[in-house]
Structure formats: C-alpha cells, structure tokens
Design a protein around this ligand. Sequence first.
Ligand code: ADP
Ligand code: MG
Length: 376
Amino acid sequence: MRYIRTGSFKRLFSIKRRSFDVQHPEESASTEEDNNETVKIVPMSEPSQRLTWKYFSYEEISDATNNFSSENLVGKGGYAEVYRGTLEDGQAIAVKRLTKAYTDERKEKEFLTEIGTLSHVCHPNVTSLLGCSIDNGLYLIFQFSSRGSVASLLHDEKLPTMDWKTRYKIVVGTARGLHYLHKVCPRRIIHRDIKATNILLTADFEPQISDFGLAKWLPSQWTHRSIIPIEGTFGHLAPEYFMHGIVDEKTDVFAFGVFVLEIICGKKPVDGSHQSLHSWAKPILNQGEIEKLVDESLGGAYDVTQLNRLAFAASLCIRASSSWRPTMSEVLEVMLENEMDKERWKMAEEEEEQEEFWSYEDLECECDSSFSTSPT
Ligand SMILES: Nc1ncnc2c1ncn2[C@@H]1O[C@H](COP(=O)(O)OP(=O)(O)O)[C@@H](O)[C@H]1O
Ligand SMILES: [Mg+2]
C-alpha cells in the first residue's frame, strides 16, 4: 500500500488519545474566544471520557459484520461503504471500508485524513472512532449511531415526521460539535462537508458530526487556506469556496446555515428543481416571513421563539459575505442566549444590496472548472 508505512501506523497507535479528564474550556460556564467574543455555553451533561484506540484484525471486523453481508450495509458514501456490526462483547459498531473501486491515492489519503483528524477529537457531538484496520483493505471502526443519519430520518416518507423538539436538539447539538471543532479542540478543524447525511444520531437523537474525509487543519496563524480542487456538496458550498477555493471556519458556518434551513423546512438543499433551498429560503427570510419556511408536515407544532432564533441564525450563516457570517460561538449565542441582539448584525445598505445579487443558480456558470462535488 502506497501511503501506509508500518512505521507511521505504529506511531499512530503508540499515541494514546489525549486524556479528556481535564475540563474542556467549553464545559465552563463562559468561554473567552480568541477574537474576544464571550459566549455562555450550557455545560455538557456527559461525563468526561478517556478513550484509546484499538487495532482490529480483519477476522474481528469480518465476524462482527457477518463477512460484510449486504444485510448489514447501512450506508454508501462518496468513497466508502459502511456496515453495521456487533463485536464479541456485544458492542454495536460501524465499519467503514474503502470501496475497492476507489483505490486511487486521493481516496486513500482522505481515509487517512479521517483517522488523523478523529484522533484529536472527543466531544459528545462528534463521532467516536474506536479504531481501524489495514488488514485486507482500509477500515475505520466507529461506535454505531443507531438512528442513522439526519437525512434518512428527515426525508424518508415512510417514517413519521420528525417533531420540533428533535429538530431543535439536532441543530443545537450540531452547532456545539462544530463550535468544538473550530474553537475548542487542540487544532482548528474545518470539516468541509457539513450536511444532513454526515450528521448521525444516537439512540436518544444526540447528533454526531461524522465523515471527516475532507477535513482540514488550519494552523492558528493562518486566516484561511486555498484548496483546489473544490470538493464538497452542491447546495452547501460557500460562495468564496465555490468560486476561489478559500476555506476557513466560515465555509462550515455557511454549510451549517443550509443544514439548519433543511431541518426547519424539511426540504433537501437541492432536489432536482431549478432552485436550491438557499435561493428559495433567502427572500422569505429577508421578508421576515419565517412561518412560511416551516415544514408543513409539522402541522404548526413548533416553538415560535426557538424557530425565530434558528431562522435568524441560519439567515446570518448563509450570508454571501463571509466576514458578515457569525462564528460558531456567535451562532450559539444567537440560538441560546436570552437577549437576541439583531441590531449588531445589521449590514450596511450597499453590502445588503450586493447580497441580493448572489445565488447558486448564477454561480453555476462562473465557477472554476476544477470542481468535484457530490450531489447529496
Ligand atoms: N457510525 C455510524 N453509525 C451508523 N451509520 C453510519 C455510521 N457511519 C456512517 N454511517 C452511515 O453510512 C453513510 C456514509 O458514511 P460516511 O462516513 O458519510 O461515508 P462517505 O465518506 O463515503 O460519505 C452515512 O450517511 C450513514 O448513513
Ligand atoms: Mg458522507
């Protein structure tokens, strides 16, 4: 295998995941951010955990998944298949295997990126990597998220409508997970593919950000990175990334805004119609007709205050100008603090006019040719 040298893997496994007995800055009542924002964040209820990784043998994962039987296939993404499995001790796992069709170097690198990134993270709203295996292919082993992805729960017409309480919990939990990645964990992590299929749900509907194949570190002294080719998912891409390949935290903030709209409206970001969710929702948000956004299948059963907060946060996140988008600390403030200071977010008139001109539909013909995105 070209990328994996035994030495680097041994090194990887010799580093135990950092101890998480220390109190995270996030768990204190208030956090001083690097840009002097202060935000109160509700303490997490989960006890801190000490995690180590395990190296799995091929036999272990093959036994657990009943030899990767098709009945256990729970997901197929861009470059991997995911199987449900049960370890000998009864623990439910998800095994992500690099599909044979994708043995090119870039996909292997994405797979290893996912290991490298996840080895640094530990948060209730970020998926937990249990270990990996390089016997007979490349495999990542995760805790199993029994409710599947937000996308499958929200859009499967055979399932009952997701109630408002669950929607709200998913949005707030995802915001906490993203805030952790951007501001709290040891390195600045930009996920680059925040969307409903990459947010998984535990048995009690706690959201977990997953799929770190496109994630990037951002050294603290850098403001942003330029990344070509542009990868991600159409309908979630921030304009500065879409057009110029510029990536920083605000790229994720934009995608998070689209995700929040998807949860409120129950509509897919792109659904085969000629209008993206972003372009459909933006004028409705601007006119303040928030209730028009709400998923009709909720039958009016939602909390108006929570809806207004989420919709306002989403409207800020999807701004074309990245400097006018909030950080994830500010998103949490808007969604959770008692006072909602709308004046603070008012844009100058000329900037507001520029915002009007931007939509995905216009950008489709302007974007760079080195563009590779997945449709959902
Ligand atoms: N830990 C997990 N528990 C349950 N289902 C999972 C888990 N990880 C992935 N899946 C399922 O597999 C799908 C694809 O996984 P993902 O990590 O997003 O792969 P890809 O990088 O190929 O998109 C997800 O949308 C989800 O349905
Ligand atoms: Mg995915």
